[in-house]
Ligand binder design. Structure first.
Ligand code: GLY
Ligand code: MN
Ligand code: MN
Length: 491
């Protein structure tokens, strides 16, 4: 009856016609369908090849990045995978987000993609991109396979992708086999594609692979003009997302922090790819929990809302912005006192961001201001130098004052200490400046009225040739400006 015999169990559990594709062919077989249906499905489809595709806007930049990678590892085979879908439950998957290294080097975001830098005779490399091609209409995979285009949507053909990405493209189903045929060691970016890791296991070395990841992390320290444009887009969408939230604070009061999360997410999905990290929508005492992402608490008038959120663009660059807002639009005296101290610390931090400055300078500048205020308020015994030397302010400042920002919210995280934390700022670096003060609800070392107040202000700062530019300056920061902005938006 069929051209392709069917294992009995499979035909029972997934009969043709169920609203369920066969996620994996068993023994290379698809389920039973009649010859007539198979023939009916094979024929009568239009040629939809796109012949006038333009290269991606960042194609020249991705080529430059690959050239830098090639220079760093002459003669070595390098493998940079996009990663695979991860199961959420049964036959549903988490939304896919391509590995940062892969997207940065190719501009592509396809699941299962693999960039291979193949050593060339001239000492350089030939870059080859392995991708899943369009689904075959002949063997039925386009409608019988869970990865088939009828289920997951049309993919670019390999030829189309060659035009878009400026790279030769091959069928990814041949990647492991072709790589296995090549002699010699390989460096692989680990953590994305377990199948490939297993296939190449006996040729890999953890230390060498780590060197590759470190290099690719450091390759992102200085952003090019395309990346800066994308970061600005991410921030601009984020600004609109914050405005959306202020406009619906009464709905959040009637429901929960989730209303804020959902409101921001709507903006992120409509204008960008996603949020760049789980939005922190922390009202009242939740603001003292640094990564409060449960977002299931109440939003109350008279309390503060700490909103830390960022839109990720379609090209995977994310903003990372925090504002701490009085839910009813007016700070209390104590809230304002604490807010203004954080604002002053942030001003000092931003002023310390300039080319040639040490990376640590902006942190030190912000911490000094916060330590001064804590001593002044009698929360910790001075002098300030002693507090800073012993780090006593950290009971309430808790975290570092910022980090590199880019495709990852904590970008360049694998960069070596000497190039990042102990390094020097250069034009094109983009970082957050985000001091905070957090008085836990159960902190008996501070007066009761401080307890449960958390304030963070976070902006995205680009190092320029002569100083810095605040990419998120469109959002007000001073307490007075926040109040008038909220009054305008709340109408
Ligand atoms: N949103 C996490 C952070 O600010 O680093
Ligand atoms: Mn941050
Ligand atoms: Mn943040």
């Amino acid at each position: 009856m069929t051209e392709q015999p069917v294992p009995a169990q499979q035909s029972e559990t997934a009969p043709a016609g169920d609203h369920q594709p066969v996620k994996q062919r068993k023994n290379g077989l698809y389920p039973a369908v009649s010859d007539e249906l198979a023939a009916h499905m094979r024929a009568g489809w239009a040629d939809t090849e796109l012949r006038d595709l333009e290269p991606l806007p960042q194609a020249a930049e991705t080529a430059r990045r690959r050239a830098a990678l090639s220079r760093r590892f002459p003669g070595e085979r390098l493998v940079i995978p996009a990663g695979n879908l991860r199961t959420r439950s049964n036959d549903t998957e988490y939304p896919f987000r391509a590995g940062t290294e892969y997207a940065h080097l190719t501009g592509d975001q396809s699941e299962d993609g693999v960039l291979v830098m193949e050593p060339a005779a001239d000492g350089g490399h030939e870059a080859v991109l392995y991708l899943l091609p369009r689904s075959d209409r002949e063997n039925g995979e386009f409608w019988l396979d869970g990865q088939g285009e009828l289920w997951v949507g049309r993919r670019y053909s390999l030829t189309e992708n060659e035009r878009r990405l400026g790279l030769p493209c091959r069928d990814v189903r041949k990647a492991a086999g072709e790589l296995a045929e090549q002699a010699g060691p390989v460096r692989l970016v680990r953590g994305h594609d377990m199948g490939l890791e297993a296939a190449l296991a006996d040729r890999l070395d953890a230390g060498r692979d780590e060197e590759l990841r470190v290099f690719l992390s450091e390759l992102r320290l200085v952003k090019d003009a395309f990346e800066i444009g994308e970061l600005q887009k991410a921030v601009d969408s984020t600004v609109r997302g914050f405005e959306d939230v202020v406009k619906v604070l009464d709905r959040a009061e009637a429901t929960s922090e989730r209303y804020i999360e959902g409101t921001f997410f709507l903006r992120a999905r409509v204008e960008g790819n996603d949020v760049g990290y789980g939005s922190i929508c922390a009202a009242g005492p939740h603001a003292t929990t640094l990564h409060w992402v449960r977002n299931d608490g109440p939003v109350r008038s008279g309390e503060l809302l700490l909103l830390d959120a960022g839109v990720e663009t379609h090209t995977l660059y994310t903003a990372d912005v925090t504002r701490t807002l009085p839910v009813n639009g007016r700070f209390t005296d104590l809230q304002r006192k604490i807010y203004d101290a954080v604002y002053e610390a942030q001003e000092a931090g931003i002023a310390a961001v300039r080319p040639g400055a040490k990376y640590r300078d902006f942190h030190d500048a912000a911490q000094r201001v916060l330590a001064e205020r804590l001593v002044e308020w009698g929360l910790v015994e001075g002098p300030v130098e002693r507090v800073l030397e012993l780090g006593l302010q950290r009971r309430w400042t808790l975290h570092g004052t910022g980090h590199m920002l880019g495709m990852d919210v904590h970008d360049c995280a694998l960069a070596r200490t000497e190039t990042y934390v102990d390094g020097t700022l250069e034009p094109g670096m983009c970082l957050t400046v985000e001091p905070g003060l957090y008085f836990q609800a159960d902190d008996l070392t501070v007066p009761a009225e401080y307890r449960g107040i958390g304030v963070r202000i976070e902006d995205d700062i680009l190092v320029t040739e002569d100083g810095n530019r605040n990419l998120s300056a469109a959002l007000p920061r001073s307490s007075a400006d926040v109040e008038s902005w909220m009054a305008r938006l709340k109408g």
